[in-house]
Design a protein around this ligand. Structure first.
Ligand SMILES: Cc1ncc(COP(=O)(O)O)c(C=O)c1O
Length: 481
């Protein structure tokens, strides 16, 4: 929602609105002037934002215990000065003009060019297909849950999550990913991000100073890990996934990995490496954190079950609804070995009292009624079509470049000829209204990789992909590729 916003449909009841304002009856300053000055101050210091509705003069007079004419006079003065606007039927509102006049207000809303890029197509990773969010099904689930909620559902639940949701999730993850867990070893988190933060804290508490990460990998996660007090150590990735041989040579005792669909290359960790990775974890008495955030979109007929199914005592399985539904839900989950879960729960107890119980119940219902399976099937088919377009257009417009890895996920990793200037291609694409990232953006320390483009098709449909890849193709030719 962009600023300034209005919930016009809710505008009717301005009469009962409250405002944190007081007057000093002992003061020699007239009451109307006090009201005016206080309100003006609240607008100027950014407490009251443009678009905020304030009480009617009658209501504020009642609340302050002053005569209505005092507030009417103050409002008239503020209106003349451009601080408030009064419209028949919708009451009195802080004026949009107050933003620029006030100065301090606009400083609270720094311009965010990333939010409103002037480019036509955004092929950068980090987005989800929220356009197809199943609104009606979600509303049905929320509505049923709120209708049925009794005292217990409306009260606090266990910080680790609503028991019903944990049961449903354990059943669901066992069914679709072969995860072996019990409700008491599964925690509902505020997205994968909170799960990662919890694990990092527990590792720090247990004396870890480092965490292995895939290279290339998610730069945001590396920053996140650093701020949690651990040093990320890059472990290179090849066509079989994480180089477990190099992990063995490092001094880390825990590693974060996307085995089903490596982010961002899309390669799958081979069976041999999976087994070697588990053997490593046992050998160093360490842990593997399995980030399974987008496996729902992996098409391969030969898809392997979650790594966790090989060693529930060594692997922490983490998932998220951010890619399958919407990041705004902030819903994720962790299935951890029992002894680790005890520590995770201990840390969490000091952080918050869990996620929204009603939302967890709606999610459980969404899973239980089959809506999640239906929605994912639909998205999987759509992403498959989009990926095909990226594949065909890459062949047509980027000769010498090729898609690496299998058939799934939300982005394609396009390897470019070794002599090509990746940064120049990204810039040239930008000048043709296409936002895209090069492989370097994801690289940590392994600079041996050839140039690449990472093309996310999460938000751009087939027609848009065809146009944007044609534009990238023209930039590619211009660079003499
Ligand atoms: C590699 C990776 N893991 C997990 C996630 C999901 O994170 P969250 O559940 O915190 O939104 C993302 C989202 O972009 C991601 O890129």
């Amino acid at each position: 929602m962009r600023w300034p916003y209005h919930f016009d449909c809710l505008g009717g009841d301005h009469l009962s609105r409250q405002l944190a304002l007081t007057v000093d009856r002992e003061s020699r300053i007239p009451l109307a002037v006090q009201v005016r000055n206080s309100l003006r101050g609240l607008v100027e210091n950014g407490t009251l934002w443009p678009g905020v509705r304030i009480p009617s003069s009658r209501q504020l007079a009642l609340d302050l215990g002053v005569s209505r004419s005092v507030v009417v006079e103050a409002y008239e003065q503020l209106s003349a000065e451009g601080y408030v606007e009064t419209r028949r039927g919708s009451g009195t509102t802080i004026s949009a003009r107050a933003q620029s006049d006030g100065g301090a207000v606009s400083m609270l809303v720094p311009p965010d060019p990333e939010l409103a890029p002037d480019a036509m197509w955004d092929l950068r990773t980090g987005t989800s297909n929220v356009v197809d969010f199943p609104r009606q099904e979600w509303i049905r689930c929320v509505s049923a849950v709120v209708t049925d909620a009794g005292r217990q559902e409306l009260s606090y639940s266990a910080p680790a999550g609503v028991p019903l949701t944990r049961r449903v999730l354990v059943g669901y993850l066992g069914r679709v990913r072969g995860v072996r867990s019990r409700p008491e070893d599964l925690m509902v988190t505020a997205g994968f991000a909170q799960g990662l933060a919890l694990i990092c804290k527990v590792l720090v508490d247990r004396g870890h100073t480092t965490l292995g990460v895939e290279d290339p990998g998610h730069p945001g996660e590396r920053e996140f890990i650093t701020s949690s007090g651990l040093r990320p150590v890059g472990i290179p990735v090849d066509e079989d996934g994480l180089r477990v041989d190099l992990l063995e040579e490092s001094d880390v005792r825990a590693v974060l990995i996307t085995p089903a669909n490596q982010f961002p290359t899309g390669v799958r960790l081979s069976q041999a490496r999976r087994e070697r990775l588990i053997a490593w974890a046992r050998e160093v008495d360490g842990y593997v954190l399995e980030d399974d955030f987008d496996s729902a979109f992996v098409q391969r007929g030969d898809q392997l079950p979650a790594l966790q199914s090989l060693a529930p005592d060594r692997v922490v399985y983490a998932g998220s609804a951010s890619k399958t539904l919407a990041p705004a839900l902030r819903l994720g989950w962790l299935a951890a070995p029992s002894e680790l879960m005890a520590s995770i729960e201990h840390v969490r107890a000091g952080w918050d009292i869990g996620c929204s119980g009603l939302e967890q119940l709606a999610f459980a219902r969404f899973i239980d009624t089959g809506a999640l399976d239906r929605h994912q099937r639909k998205l999987r088919a759509e992403f498959h079509r989009r990926r095909q377009v990226v594949h065909e257009q890459t062949e047509a417009w980027l000769p010498g470049a090729h898609l690496i890895s299998g058939d799934g996920g939300l982005q394609a990793f396009v390897q470019l000829p070794p002599h090509l200037d990746e940064a120049a291609l990204v810039r040239a694409a930008r000048s043709r209204s296409v936002l895209v990232r090069g492989g370097r953006f994801y690289t940590f320390t392994d600079t041996s990789r050839p140039p690449a483009l990472v093309i996310s098709y999460a938000t751009v449909n087939c027609a848009g992909l065809a146009k944007s890849l044609t534009a990238i193709g023209s930039a590619y030719r211009q660079l003499g590729a």
